[in-house]
Design a protein around this ligand. Structure first.
Ligand SMILES: Cc1ncc(COP(=O)(O)O)c(C=O)c1O
Length: 471
């Protein structure tokens, strides 16, 4: 999804490595204070009445019908790099020590990332997918097992379970929060269920207390897919430290990017020693001796080039997370006032990091303007957006799985038939897939004036929805 959104966005990006004025401003304290101060003044004023910008925008024709777009500039480019990072990257290049076993950068990153999250340990991996593969293996998810998982996620979450020859059994999605509905988990547990895999989608924490309580009651492992949730928080603890193991992605579109990359985090030395072993061809590690020198394992190692790029971005991630939160809070306060727009509800005492900023769209409140046309109109206003994930379990991947030789051997025909039919029960997820609209994280790094454009564009479309619906 993130990749799809960035494809939509790319024509609007400034040239690679060109730092936009907005971004430069955000990186200076003065710029930050100026923007924040202007923002809070605007917020106070706006809560009383509409801003002149919104008023002017509403009066104008929608861009889709020939009017002037609300937002004419670009958006903050992504990913970013700084010249100041180059010496560290060059150092690795010139050292000739590129593989994890012959240098220290990956281990340094593991220490820094664990500290940042307040986790005891971290293992760096080649990607988020490999982090999930390692975590599921270590939690003993084996051929013929079942894993209860959020359906509303990037397809890699499904695939990590399938590659372990286990069945992804979908809990329903809570339409208000867009995350796993804890109330839908227990009825899906069978004698094959081994683990629960909640996904903190778009950086919004799942409601982990009830999920962990169910896991404890049924003796199931909890592997968090925190691949979009670096620094997300639930009741004072970071996403990725709330279950047995947490998995992260550092792919290029992510808030902490290194092209590819991933991590597994945990407070358990034993589990991370096992992860270390499995990700390094099954070599014994720390307290984990396995069955001698080698146990089962693969090569899922991170390279030092990835690690040094990540190490440069720790402070940047913290600062930008605060910035995205500020923009998202402002968007939520304003957008929820527009009939038919419902921002996501977060669990109590939690903080999202907004890999995407989603809201649910009710076409009825927009004179029947379809979601597709609403998004077209928003794009025409200079606000790139997408519809989020679709009902991917209907897209063929799971039919192919059910019909594969391996899965037919591992599961009875009755189980696979009931499994296929169970997708129809995912009513909350269907609703979320049909009604969500989202903008991407890089847009939340923009100046307050640009964030105002997002609100003004939605208001303008609302004001002209009857004409747009007819066009
Ligand atoms: C929710 C989620 N899970 C897993 C992954 C897989 O991570 P990677 O692309 O680094 O393999 C991603 C990456 O996009 C993701 O967003």
């Amino acid at each position: 999804m993130a990749e799809i959104c960035l494809c939509i966005l790319s024509p609007r990006f400034p040239k690679p490595n060109e730092e936009s004025k907005a971004m430069k401003d955000h990186l200076t304290r003065r710029g930050f204070i100026r923007t924040a101060a202007a923002g809070s003044a605007a917020l106070t004023w706006l809560s009383a009445r509409q801003s002149p910008l919104v008023f002017a925008a509403e009066a104008d024709k929608p861009a889709l019908l020939g009017g002037t777009p609300v937002h004419k500039g670009g958006w903050v480019r992504w990913p970013q790099w700084r010249e100041s990072w180059e010496p560290e990257v060059l150092k690795v290049l010139r050292s000739g020590r590129w593989f994890r076993g012959s240098g220290e950068n990956v281990a340094q990153f593991e220490t820094a990332y664990a500290q940042l999250l307040g986790a005891k340990r971290c293992l760096a991996t080649a990607s988020g997918t490999t982090a999930l593969l390692v975590a599921l293996h270590v939690m003993d998810v084996d051929a013929g097992d079942e894993v209860i998982v959020s359906p509303y996620t990037f397809i890699a979450t499904y695939n990590a379970i399938l590659i372990n020859k286990a069945l992804p059994v979908f809990a329903d999605t809570d339409p208000a929060s867009l995350t796993m509905d804890p109330a839908s988990i227990e009825s899906r547990i069978t004698d094959r269920t081994r683990a629960i895999l909640p996904v903190h989608i778009y950086g919004m924490p799942c409601d982990m207390d009830p999920i962990n309580a169910i896991a404890k009651k049924h003796k199931l492992a909890v592997v968090e897919d925190a691949c979009q949730a670096w620094l997300g928080e639930y009741k004072g603890r970071k996403c990725g430290t709330l279950g047995d193991l947490g998995c992260f992605s550092f792919q290029e579109s992510k808030h902490l990017p290194s092209g590819e990359g991933g991590a597994v985090t945990s407070d358990s030395d034993d589990l991370v020693d096992r992860c270390q072993s499995f990700h390094n061809c099954g070599r014994s590690f720390g307290g984990f001796k396995g069955s001698g020198y080698f146990t089962r394992g693969g090569n899922y190692r991170m390279q030092h080039f990835q690690a040094v790029i990540l190490l440069q971005q720790m402070d940047k991630l913290v600062q930008e997370t605060a910035r995205r939160r500020e923009s998202a809070d402002y968007l939520t306060a304003q957008l929820k006032q527009i009939p038919g727009i419902q921002p996501a509800r977060l669990p109590e005492n939690s903080r999202a990091v907004w890999h995407l900023y989603p809201f649910r769209y009710d076409a009825q409140q927009f004179n029947g303007l379809s979601r597709g046309k609403f998004m077209q109109a928003l794009n025409a206003e200079g606000i790139p957006c997408g519809g989020g994930y679709s009902e991917q379990y209907n897209d063929g991947l799971l039919d192919e799985t059910i019909n594969s030789r391996g899965f037919k051997r591992l599961f009875s025909a009755e189980r696979l038939k009931a499994y296929r039919e169970s997708f129809q029960e995912l009513k909350g997820n269907r609703q979320v897939c049909a009604t969500t609209v989202a903008v991407t994280q890089n847009m939340l790094l923009a100046e307050r004036g640009d964030i105002e454009h997002i609100i003004a564009a939605v208001r303008k479309i609302h004001a002209h929805s009857a004409a747009l619906a007819k066009a």
